[in-house]
Design a protein around this ligand. Structure first.
Ligand code: CUA
Length: 346
């Protein structure tokens, strides 16, 4: 029996290590390695509560073992010790101490919660970035004030607060970039607000954090933070790209025709807003297809032929019988939808 208990303890420890290893797997997908002021604040408060818990545990166990040792039964003790029922001093003590500890957590939590929900930049900030976020089953739409739309990958400048206004098209989703800050639900018909700030340029993983259907776990997105001047360039390029109706490159005209025939009723490539599927203005720049599949030609073809195989319950129409030459032309056209060049900062 003793051995069994010891082993179950070891197994528990192994389970905890395995669970925690999930927190460090993917790059920039952990709240335990904060990359922005908001995430840092959350991390600091988490550590503060952890230290408080550790301190309380230590004190309680110290008293516990002290009492065990001091009042253990000695040889010859045959009488009941004095029985104590109720102690006003103790009652007050163990009520007041937790209240004080809770206050230590409560005050910064409230201040932070209100600060994070701030939806407007202070008056002295001139060119703050505002982005509308819409959650869909199972993809993300990002509308920029400059009049263009991005899908699945949201670009922001570094070193400043970027203000998100969040909404959902169908069911409740939750927008979460763990390395940068807290998560917030996107709810149909309700505007939620949140700002995020990235200290350094980089690609940060985002997740849908609210169970929203069979492919909830695959509703990933990426947040790409660029230095302000690179960001401004990207915005300029996106504005220009969103103006283009016809392909500039004649070699992808055939693919454009296929797109007009089969895809345009759900996917926009120009202008702001979206039909029912992600806007593809900069599809060629995307690191992933559908938010999580590697963006290769083979994968893209497999996705177009049978999207449900990869993302169960998604709304995209399958094209299992599209002739190979049409498929190749379509893929070439989709590849031409890019605004970033090789060597651009990631
Ligand atoms: Cu969207 Cu979970």
């Amino acid at each position: 029996m003793k051995h069994l208990k010891a082993w179950s303890g070891y197994l528990g420890l192994v389970a905890v290590v395995l669970l925690l290893s999930g927190c460090f797997g993917e790059q920039n997908l952990t709240a335990l390695d904060p990359k922005g002021p908001q995430a840092q604040w959350i991390f600091d408060n988490m550590m503060l509560s952890l230290y408080i818990m550790a301190f309380v545990t230590l004190v309680v166990f110290a008293i516990f073992f002290y009492i065990l040792a001091k009042f253990r039964r000695e040889d010859g003790d045959n009488e009941y010790p004095k029985q104590v029922h109720g102690s006003t001093v103790l009652e007050i003590t163990w009520t007041v101490i937790p209240i004080l500890l809770l206050l230590v957590l409560f005050v910064p939590t409230i201040i932070g919660t209100f600060d994070f929900a701030e939806s407007q930049a202070p008056d002295d900030v001139e060119d703050a970035v505002y982005i509308d976020v819409t959650g869909h089953q199972y993809w993300w739409q990002f509308d920029y004030e400059e009049g263009f739309t991005a899908g699945q990958e949201v670009y922001i400048p570094t070193g400043e607060r970027v203000y998100f206004n969040l909404n959902a098209q169908d069911v409740i989703h939750s927008f979460w970039v763990p390395a940068l800050g807290g998560k917030i639900d996107t709810v149909p018909g309700i505007d939620n607000t949140l700002w995020l700030e990235a200290d350094e340029p980089g690609t940060y993983m985002g997740k849908c954090a609210e169970l929203c259907g069979p492919s909830h776990a695959l509703m990933d997105f990426k947040l790409i933070a660029l230095e302000r001047e690179d960001y401004d360039q990207w915005v300029e390029d996106m504005v220009a790209k969103a103006d283009v109706e016809q392909p500039e490159d004649a070699s992808v005209q055939a693919g454009y025709d296929v797109f007009q025939e089969s895809c345009i009723s759900c996917h926009a490539v120009s202008g702001p807003g979206s039909a029912s599927g992600p806007t593809l203005t900069n599809f060629g720049d995307r690191k992933t297809i559908a938010g999580y599949l590697e963006n290769t030609d083979e994968q893209l073809e497999a996705w177009i032929r049978n999207p449900d195989e990869f993302k169960q319950g998604n709304n995209m129409q399958p094209f299992p019988d599209m002739p190979d030459e049409e498929m190749d032309a379509l893929i070439a056209y989709l590849r031409s939808l890019e605004v970033r060049e090789e060597g651009d900062p990631e």
